[in-house]
Structure formats: structure tokens, C-alpha cells
Design a protein around this ligand. Sequence first.
Ligand code: PMP
Length: 429
Amino acid sequence: MNNARSHDLFTRARELIPGGVNSPVRAFKSVGGEPFFAQRALGAHIFDVDGNAYVDYVGSWGPMIAGHARPEVLDAVARTMRDGLSFGVPNALEVTMAEAITTIVPSCEMVRMVNSGTEATLSAIRVARGATGRTRIVKFEGCYHGHGDSFLVKAGSGVMTLGLPNSPGVPAALADLTLTLPYNDFDAATRLFDEVGGDIAGLIIEPIVGNANCILPRDGYLQHLRALCTRHGTVLIFDEVMTGFRVALGGAQALYGITPDLSTFGKIIGGGMPVGAYGGRRDLMSQVAPSGPIYQAGTLSGNPVAMAAGLATLDLIRVPGFHDALERSTHALCDGLEAAAREAGVAFSTTRAPGMFGLYFREGPVETFEQAKQSDTARFNRFFHAMLERGVYLAPSAFEAGFMSSAHGEAEIAHTLEAARQSFALVRG
Ligand code: PMP
């Protein structure tokens, strides 16, 4: 596979950008080798600067649920940008977006747009602290909520991939306020709340963990957390930056029938533009400035072009049956991968939610972070490269979820499974 141009760009990038990338997991550090540089993307495919094509299971890490470069989205962006890129005064698209989010996600009675998932989660935690007057927060081992100081404690995603569970630069005084729990452990949560429940401002969770590969909640687990938070006056925050609008139109809270107090979003609602949002109970959200004293702001928040891209994407996925089809194709892919691994005699299992999946080089089931960590990462890394050489781009880490889009049809899945049969045979040894 020719990668001369990517190699040249990466060499130049490494001189000037830390690790050569503007976000760590892009550097292929854990899987080894060098990243490819994107030239363009269309539908389920991404094309690199050397002319190689890949079936893309990363989808820009989630936003591209309707496939890359959808004309509906690009046209909305083009139309909107002709009127100017940013105004710094309110515009109608922000109202349309707020109406869309609060309609699709009923637990969000009010919503505030921001520019990334990180901004959304750190703003939500501020609201939880400001509204309760408490300082401690709870998060879960392996969950990633962006790079806000309070969240870089036993975090997942790149933090975990690179083995940096606690980041230098986060003051101990602040990190000490973040308590962590093992995901899917009912008793640990009960014990912690029994001990210090009255001090906990907010509990933040990825309802389906997508940043320690892909771990689904055990039956009743999210209900259990909901009940604990209600009993102890703790703000329950669902971080749906990844799951929102993906695992169901209304996100994981719709899939599992839970009403969180606050939710955070990103990715899909920006359609590929830099967007995040947080929203929830009116009594909490109305405490945000300027209607209340909890401060949060943004020069480019609610950017018209970003709103247009997000709204056009929401229009594409609001079509009845969209998520059912996504679920079917996710199962077709995962069933096919499991069958291919079995044929090759490789210990392997998958986890799935509609539109997202986890790949593990170990037998299933995987229901905890500890089990996820037992995946054979050396084998995953070889598999990743074997697939890449066969034109399939998986997330470049054993600890990231994969993403499906509506553009992943039978042909793309067949190509992927053929590549997988060959790749499993290669990594068997
Ligand atoms: N929360 C979750 C669940 C995420 O997956 C991510 C990013 N992958 C974030 C927050 C942070 O979002 P961003 O990278 O847009 O800051």
C-alpha cells in the first residue's frame, strides 16, 4: 500500500504539532505505524492523500451517522454560509436547533449549545455543582467525558489507550473531588452513596460506554443509578455525546427508558461541524447565565453554519426506520465478524448497540471495564493493520467503539467480512 504522501505529511506534522496530531488517538500510537491523512470522504468510505480507499468504521468518531458528505448537509452548509459565518447575535437556526433537541429528547426542557463535547460535559458538571452547592462528582472507570480537569481521572478513550489514567496538570485538589466507580457494579454504587451521597453534586455516566471499547449496561443498572441520585439529591448526567441520536433517535435514555436530570451531546448534532450541547430540567438549566448566576459562554456557540449542518443531519435520521436499519446492519457486521473469527479459531467477541459496536480479542461476554481490558491488544493491533491493508479502517485502538452509518450497506459489510476472514487467519498464529 502506497503511503508516501501521508508519511511526508506526518513527518512535517510531528515537528510542529504535538505527536503530529490535533487529538491523540489519531496518531495510531497504540496500534503502531503512522496514520493516513484524509483527502476526502463519501458515504461509508474515506480516501487518503495517496489514493487509498477504506470502508470507514470511525465516521469522524461518531458524527457521520448518515454517511460522509451527504449532499443534504453540504447544501445546507453552503446555503447558510453565504449569509455570513458568524454573527455574535442570536439567529433563527439556534431556536430551530433548541426546538429539535427538546422535541427529540424530552428530558431536555432547555438546552444550551456549545462547541464540543468537552465544553458540554464541563458545563453540565458546573450546573450540578452550582445548583446543589456540593463539590464532589462521580464518574466511572473507563468512561471518557472530554478533557476537562475533573474528568481526567481513570478516564477512557485516548487517556486509556496511552496509559495515562490521571493527567499531569490537573491539580490534586480538584482531582480529589472526582470519585470513581466500576461501571455495572450495583453494590459499589450503593456503598458510595451510603457513605457520601449527601456530598455528591453530580454523577456523570456514558449510559453505554463507548470509550473503553463498547460496554452495555446490565439490566436495571441505569435505573439503579437513577434511584440513588434521586434519593441523595444528586444530579444524574447522561453523557450522550456518543450515544445521543445514535443508539435510538432519543439516545440511550430513550433506549433504556431513563430520565436523567441533565444530558450532554455533541458529534451528530453538529453533522461534522464543531458542536456540543447540554440540557435538561428547566429548574437546573434556568440557573445558567444570563437567566441565572452559573456562568457559561462562547463566542462561536450556536454558530449558524454548524447549526445548519446539525439540523440537516437530524432531518436525515428522523426518518422512520432509520435506527432500525442501523441496528440491523450493526448486527449483520458483528455476527459476520464473530463467524469469521470462529472459522479461523480466534478467541473473539463483539458487543453491540444500534450503530455502535465493540471488538474484543477474548471470549465474551464483556460487561465490565476489567473484562474489556483483558482483550488481547497485541492481536487487535495486528488485526487492525491487516484490515487497513485490505481497505477497512477500524478505530485505531482496542479501546474505542466502532461506528456504523446508514451508508454501510451490504456491499461494504461483505467487503469488511472478506477482509476479516483473511485478517483473522493472519492473526491466529
Ligand atoms: N463525552 C463522550 C462520551 C465522548 O465520547 C467524547 C469524545 N469522544 C466527549 C465527551 C468529548 O467530546 P469532544 O471530543 O467533542 O470534546
